[in-house]
Design a protein around this ligand. Structure first.
Ligand SMILES: Nc1ncnc2c1ncn2[C@@H]1O[C@H](COP(=O)(O)OP(=O)(O)OP(=O)(O)O)[C@@H](O)[C@H]1O
Ligand SMILES: [Mg+2]
Length: 348
């Protein structure tokens, strides 16, 4: 079944046009990257592409590249021959083989290691791959769709994503904006999910939101996008009213206002005291002083302040914090340790 792709905003209309365009290229296998925050509907778009393409009667296979360690992901994608490694008692077919003539969705592609990225590039370029432990190349005709909630271009700049693979995959990019940037879609989604869940929770009843509540729902910033709408409607339906949950939303989840809430990272006194340890030509620090070093210290301090602040805002949820900061989870862990960022000590 084709999952409904609801929305009347200009951006959703544009995406519908892009989907139309893409299904015409499905046969040629031109790659598509679907990007956008978590919960915006990347998988919905991928499913729409598949179900409406000429490949719809062939397999649709999804692989979450973030869920498996590198070695397992490699054998999941490319399979292995019997005896390829200890424990490989029989041949296993990889997803590239299983998805032959169909669609392979590589979800969270930005989490793929650089080594696997180069193997993927080879398949995309040649249409062939060799399972682990095999000398032979296997031909495959797969429409590869990739999805990510990260900024791949930034990842390329940081050396986390291969540039050649980026250009190969990014022939067509479908960016789905967050819900807060297309508020006109919110009422439609709310209506749709009230109706959908009403049949599921048949013993429960939830009226449509009043204009006042709807106004609050439209101005809420929906960090979890459509998935969050679903959860909230389910919860409201169980309780039987909107008010309780809506009050909770507006109190605890106001858009984080980093510009006013964040402590200033630097003030004049700290600049002099902490960063400029040059006290004159005759001072002992003279030799070790340089503008480059000062710059690094200042940047480290700002990074530490910003990361600590975002971690505080997300209750130390590092996945969320990495998303807000638009850095990879691994980079965040590295920075937490490198900059000695410690979780707050709560008093009991
Ligand atoms: N435009 C839409 N119309 C109807 N339902 C939608 C729409 N967008 C998203 N949804 C629903 O919201 C939920 C989240 O969507 P989906 O799984 O496609 O998001 P995602 O972008 O892949 O998120 P993640 O990055 O977390 O994997 C799904 O249940 C999906 O059916
Ligand atoms: Mg998804």
């Amino acid at each position: 079944m084709i999952p409904p792709f609801i929305g009347i905003s200009e951006s959703i209309e544009k995406i519908r046009e892009l989907i139309e365009f893409c299904i015409n290229v499905a046969a040629t296998g031109l790659n598509v990257v679907i990007t956008g925050e978590s919960g915006v509907g990347k998988e919905v778009v991928a499913q729409n592409l598949y179900h409406r393409s000429s490949r719809k009667n062939k397999p649709f296979i999804k692989v979450n590249c973030a869920a498996l360690p590198e070695g397992l992901l490699e054998s999941e994608l490319f399979g292995f021959e019997r005896g390829a490694f200890t424990g490989a008692q029989r041949r296993k077919r990889g997803k590239f083989e299983l998805a032959h003539k169909g669609v392979l969705l590589l979800d969270e592609i930005s989490d793929m290691s650089l080594a696997l990225q180069s193997k993927l590039l080879h398949v995309l370029q040649s249409g062939e791959f060799s399972p682990l432990g095999s000398e032979k190349e296997v031909k495959t005709d797969v429409w590869v769709l990739a999805a990510t909630n990260q900024d791949l271009e930034q990842n390329v700049k940081k050396g986390l994503f291969r540039e050649d693979l980026y250009y190969r995959l990014n022939i067509i990019q479908i960016y789905i904006p967050p819900l807060r940037n297309r508020p006109e879609d919110i009422p439609l989604l709310i209506d749709y999910y009230i109706e959908k869940y009403a049949s599921k929770f048949s013993h429960k009843n939830l009226n449509k939101p009043s204009p006042e509540i709807l106004g609050r729902l439209i101005t809420y910033h929906w960090p979890g996008n459509v998935r969050e709408i679903q959860n909230i409607i389910k919860r409201c339906m169980v309780i039987g009213n909107w008010e309780e949950i809506i009050d909770e939303l507006s109190i605890s989840k106001k858009p984080a206002d980093y510009s006013t809430k964040a402590k200033p990272a630097l003030d004049e006194a700290s600049i002099i005291g902490d960063f400029i340890d040059f006290k004159g030509e005759n001072s002992p620090n003279h030799a070790s002083f340089s503008l480059k070093k000062v710059k690094k210290k200042v940047l480290d301090r700002i990074e530490k302040e910003v990361i600590s602040h975002v971690l505080g805002q997300t209750g130390w949820n590092r996945t969320k914090a990495a998303k807000i900061l638009k850095i990879s989870y691994k980079t965040l862990l590295y920075k937490i340790s490198d900059l000695n960022i410690e979780p707050p000590h709560y008093s009991r």
